[in-house]
Design a protein around this ligand. Structure first.
Ligand code: SF4
Length: 437
């Protein structure tokens, strides 16, 4: 059963009497378990839907609609499938106590992998799940592989019942499913020979594996494995060289780089980040692979849209990872706009100094960096640090931060999004507000 949360006005669903709160029980004789069943089973023209109205009455809705015409129904969010692993390096395990409850939910859900690109380990897949993935052709899936040697993967995921991921991927690949894989590298656990074997196993799956991201582990100060240091330059350099050897082979044999080091891997290794073309279709940009190249590209192509902002003093809050890369970008924006920028590099007060990503800065960090800066006309903060409800990871609300700082503050993805609005800016909710001159 799935429950309706919203019905679009004027939609087919409204016309046939579906209401918010209606329980959808079956479609053309097949029971509904979740949003996937609903999406795939309602792809037909002729539909017989059995539903229970909010008053508890069971009704049959027999109708025909034009193929492709949306039904206009939104469903309540699915119950997320929980993770059965206990990885020592798990970021969620490394969260401090006392944050909002949903931050502690460890999902491992192939449905969300297909629908939203969330990574899943597939270690909780049942026979029925395999059947659904194959029947509905849920492809591509985003898979946290980490290591293919079975025994190593059991240790890494801290779960002796983890299935053999190579066999799982082979079975799905034989049914036409494709994958984007990620390898979070924990030094001395799945680097070196283990990584070599893992990449060889994924390579042997042929074109089914669309891309592989190699990402150095990020440990917070609350993690069991926390040592107070990030991966060192020497080990990340060795990792990057291994990635580059595979890239070269993949380019020669398949015409794609196939495996990509995350931005953080290049930064920790002290190596220059590649240009945008390196990342092909940016398949794993959400995983921090090519995000800097994409930012540079957006600034280069949209710089001409920026207005003159002569005399403006603009603060830019960022994390330590991006700090060395910012001056080059800000110099270009300064040359175009005439504004003067000041980089404000914040240490992460919640997760500790090894977490240097700008998008994980918290509300407290932003306040600390800006509260005494009445000299600034405007401040930009990383838009990724706020969720869709306008809340930072430390539960501080953006509107509270904004109201209590002495200058207008705007979340920004790429500077252009805020600065291109000459004489005005946008709040996180999209409302236009004046920028102080
Ligand atoms: S699989 Fe992911 S969510 Fe589950 S314990 Fe490991 S890192 Fe955490």
């Amino acid at each position: 059963m799935v429950r309706v949360s919203r019905v679009h006005p004027g939609s087919v669903a409204e016309q046939i009497g579906i209401l918010p709160g209606t329980e959808l029980l079956s479609v053309n004789g097949r029971e509904l378990d979740d949003f996937l069943d609903w999406e795939f089973l309602t792809a037909e023209e002729d539909l017989l839907i059995v539903a229970r109205s909010p008053e508890g009455e069971t009704v049959e809705l027999d109708f025909e609609r034009d193929l492709g015409e949306p039904l206009g129904v939104e469903l309540e969010p699915p119950r997320v499938r929980r993770c059965a692993n206990k990885c020592e390096f798990c970021f969620i395990e490394g969260l401090p106590q006392g944050l909002r409850r949903n931050l502690y939910v460890r999902d491992d859900d192939y449905r969300l992998s297909f629908a939203y690109g969330n990574f899943a380990t597939l270690s909780n897949l049942k026979e029925r799940d395999f059947a659904r993935i194959l029947e509905y052709r849920l492809s591509p899936l985003y898979v946290s592989v980490h290591a293919t040697p079975w025994e190593v993967r059991k240790v890494l995921l801290n779960n002796p019942r983890v299935p053999n991921v190579v066999e799982q991927l082979q079975r799905l690949a034989a049914g036409g499913i494709e994958f984007h894989a990620q390898m979070v590298i924990v030094p001395d656990m799945n680097d070196g020979e283990v990584l070599q074997q893992s990449l060889a196993d994924l390579w042997a799956l042929g074109d089914s594996v669309l891309s592989v991201a190699v990402v150095p582990v990020g440990l917070t100060q609350f993690s069991h494995l926390y040592s107070g240091r990030s991966m060192d330059e020497q080990s990340t350099r060795a990792l990057l060289e291994q990635v580059e050897r595979w890239e070269a082979r993949a380019l020669e044999e398949r015409g794609t780089r196939w495996v990509f080091g995350s931005d953080e891997l290049y930064l920790l290794a002290g190596q220059p980040l590649p240009e945008a073309a390196h990342y092909e279709d940016f398949a794993q940009i959400e995983n921090g692979v090519g995000a800097v190249a994409s930012l540079r590209q957006r600034i280069a192509t949209q710089l001409a849209e920026l207005p003159r902002l002569d005399g403006r003093r603009i603060g830019v809050v960022t994390g330590q990872a991006m700090a060395p890369l910012m001056p080059e970008l800000l110099e270009r924006i300064t040359a175009r706009t005439g504004a003067s920028f000041e980089l404000l590099v914040a240490e992460n007060s919640l997760f500790g100094p090894t977490i240097t990503t700008a998008g994980l800065l918290v509300g407290k960090d932003v306040v600390r960096m800006l509260e005494a800066r009445a000299d600034l006309d405007l401040a930009l903060i990383p838009a990724e640090s706020i969720n869709e409800d306008g809340i930072f990871l430390d539960d501080v609300r953006f509107i509270d931060v904004r109201e209590n700082l002495p200058m207008p503050v705007f979340p920004s993805y790429d500077f252009i999004d805020v600065l291109s609005l000459e004489g005005e800016g946008v709040s996180s909710s999209g409302a236009h507000v004046a920028i102080a001159r």
